[in-house]
Design a protein around this ligand. Structure first.
Ligand code: ASP
Ligand code: MG
Length: 465
């Protein structure tokens, strides 16, 4: 038994569980880390095989429309069976196949329930949580078959959340108690706990999930609870790229790796579609200063990667540019309601009640024009809601247009002159709307769709080169 001293919590996503080569790469990871530091202790947090969560969701939705979900289920079974046959040692294949069969039976039972009654966030969580259970059990057996001391740990053993199904938040006190009682002793016994990402339980004991991409969150909740004054705890998110880039290389071929991001910058990169890191996962570790690394899983020898931590960094005023190629920009214009309190509350309440997420807001100080952005798929619906609303239809002129959204991100943004450089870089581009929060490190700009690439290139050229 050795006390917890140096712990690395590693998240393996679907792209790390693809082929026999990627499974053996996980063994290479263990060997590398343990050979470099024999006192290194590890926890693995695993997300579903790639595409499985979507297939599970599709099967639930098909059932709710009284369509046949069988095609989706067969695809889920096929993907797992194929992986089991390719990677799991003979001796363990039956155990993993039985596990698959049992879980598929409970998915089917839940799907019948949806068909008979109706779909609900509770039932969705019962179904989509299966992806992580299957992948994690599979990886555990793979490692066990290769003689590693590992243990399958379903996060329902320790991660307790509120009851917001599909997007639950952890109850940290009780979760930390459980992690210290159930996970820590395993590590101290030299076992690698192999933990299901994404899923949890509420106090009633029902399965919940932490929102899409929630496995990163599971990893940092573990880190938060296991960190104390004496030990070193770090999180590694294994990726199929070197780390976070200054922008998408398809748009700017000279996009570069960003080697350092502050916690706030990392959250901004996550929000705008980069999908490399879940913004929620930063919150539990930020105060304790726990470091997160984004590293390339394909090549363990890479010495350059992205480190997320708080340290003074004055080198770059702009770290990078993220974007959405197409979003719906809605403008609500009225002079009649100027100075009337509560208008914005009405507007966003209408969106919120109809489950439409707003990702950008800008209002002129005259209060005449309010512009906001919703997902492209919600644009028409948002406009219809406003046009059908008695208040807005009477006093407002409403329009919707598909536009491009660019977010320029960097902690140094508050220095004078930066905004001037942004505008001069965009001289030849029509800027439709802008939003920057006070003290903000993200300036979001709406431009015509056709100008999106040119705008990104111009800003990249100006600040990053
Ligand atoms: N499998 C879940 C998803 O696809 C969670 C995760 O990947 O982190 O959203
Ligand atoms: Mg995933």
């Amino acid at each position: 038994m050795s006390l917890l001293k140096r712990l690395t919590i590693m998240k393996f996503g679907g792209s790390c569980l693809r082929s026999p080569e990627s499974f053996s790469q996980i063994i290479n990871v263990i060997n590398k880390y343990v050979s470099e530091d024999p006192e290194q202790q590890l926890i693995f947090v695993v997300s579903a095989l790639s595409g499985i969560t979507d297939l599970l969701l599709n099967s639930a939705r098909a059932a709710s429309r009284q369509e046949d979900p069988e095609g989706y289920l067969l695809e889920i079974i096929r993907k797992h069976e194929e992986t089991i046959e390719k990677v799991i040692p003979e001796k363990f294949q039956i155990a993993v196949k039985d596990f698959l069969e049992d879980n598929i039976s409970s998915i089917r039972a839940m799907i019948d329930d949806i068909k008979e009654f109706e779909i609900s966030p509770f039932k969705i969580d019962q179904i989509i949580s299966k992806g992580e259970m299957l992948s994690t059990f599979l990886l555990t057996k793979y490692l066990e078959g290769n003689k590693f001391k590992v243990k399958y740990v379903p996060a329902t053993d320790f991660l307790v959340t509120d009851s917001v199904y599909n997007d639950a938040l952890p109850l940290l006190d009780i979760t930390c108690q459980k992690i210290n009682a159930k996970v820590k002793p395993l590590i101290e016994d030299g076992v690698i706990p192999v933990v299901t990402g994404f899923l949890a339980r509420n106090i009633e004991g029902h399965v919940t999930t932490l929102g899409r991409g929630g496995t990163d969150f599971t990893a940092t909740i573990l880190a938060h609870c296991l960190k104390n004054d004496e030990n070193l705890v770090k999180v590694i998110l294994w990726k199929d790229v070197d780390g976070v880039l200054t922008t998408h290389p398809d748009i700017a071929p000279n996009a570069r790796l960003i080697e350092h991001l502050s916690y706030s910058e990392a959250k901004e990169f996550a929000y705008f579609g980069a999908k490399l890191i879940n913004p929620k996962c930063i919150t539990p570790i930020q105060k304790q200063g726990i470091v997160v690394e984004l590293r390339n899983f394909e090549d363990l020898t890479k010495t350059r990667y992205t480190v997320v931590e708080e340290k003074p960094d004055t080198t770059l005023s702009v770290k990078g540019i993220t974007f959405f190629k197409e979003v719906a920009m809605i403008s609500a214009i009225s002079a009649a309601t100027v100075s009337q309190p509560g208008v914005l509350a009405k507007l966003f309440d209408l969106m919120g009640k109809n489950n439409i997420n707003v990702s950008f807001v800008s209002q002129s100080s005259s209060e005449i024009n309010t512009t906001f952005v919703v997902d492209k798929k919600n644009g028409e619906n948002a406009m219809r809601l406003l046009k059908e609303d008695t208040f807005f239809s009477k006093w407002f002129q409403i329009s919707v247009e598909d536009v491009g959204l660019i977010a320029i991100i960097g902690e140094g943004f508050n220095q004078p002159g930066i905004l001037g450089r942004v505008f001069s870089a965009l001289t030849n581009i029509q800027i439709l709307a802008i939003s920057q929060a006070s003290g903000g490190i993200n300036i979001s700009i709406l431009v015509p769709k056709k100008d999106l690439t040119a705008a990104i290139l111009a800003i990249h050229e100006e600040f990053i080169g």
